[in-house]
Ligand binder design. Structure first.
Ligand code: ADP
Length: 162
């Protein structure tokens, strides 16, 4: 049976750190479902359709990556998909604290789910969606940090907000 994992997040916007986790995840899993959280408490700059659209463009040539959206609890989504493995990235102790809480909560909600963590690669350790928004807002380049599709969308979004 093919091994599938769900890589879930807000991806507001996706960064090269997120992309790297999915690409490395494909060394371990046969298929990855990138699940974009529709409801996020983080007040997203991009709506769900925009975040999904960026992910679909980024992974257009990866036939082993499916991009989907989910609402509500991740464990409910995973169960509905028939997938029991969730893949997440870890950068630092801040991520560890948040992720360990989430993992324990998810495990309590569904003991069948397994949440696996992949350590970021050093060059992506500083990358977060919020840092990217700040860099682009103040005219910096996203080179080496975000996909050109994301940079273009972010510049457009910020222009329209002015
Ligand atoms: P969420 O709102 O669900 O935390 P994010 O889009 O912020 O969603 O992050 C999704 C996942 O990607 C999380 O596991 C996060 O720790 C991980 N992640 C974020 N940035 C990086 C990065 N630069 N390198 C590796 N993992 C990352």
């Amino acid at each position: 049976m093919p091994k599938t994992a769900i890589c879930a997040g807000s991806f507001d916007p996706p960064t090269d750190g997120h992309i790297n986790i999915v690409e490395r995840g494909l060394k371990v899993f046969d298929r990855i479902i990138v699940a974009v959280a529709v409801n996020t408490s983080k007040k997203p700059i991009f709506d769900a359709e925009e975040r999904i659209g960026m992910m679909r463009k980024i992974f257009a040539n990866h036939d082993k990556v499916e991009v989907d959206a989910f609402e509500g609890l991740l464990v409910d989504y995973a169960r509905a998909k028939g997938v029991h493995t969730i893949l997440r990235g870890l950068r630092n102790m801040g991520d560890y604290e948040y992720e360990s809480q989430m993992a324990l909560a998810n495990k309590t909600l569904d003991p069948d789910v397994e949440i696996l963590y992949m350590m970021t690669e050093g060059k992506y350790a500083h990358l977060s969606s919020s840092i990217i928004k700040e860099i682009i807002t103040f005219g910096g380049s996203g080179c080496g940090m975000i996909h050109p599709v994301v940079e273009e969308a972010l510049r457009k979004k910020l222009r329209n907000r002015e």
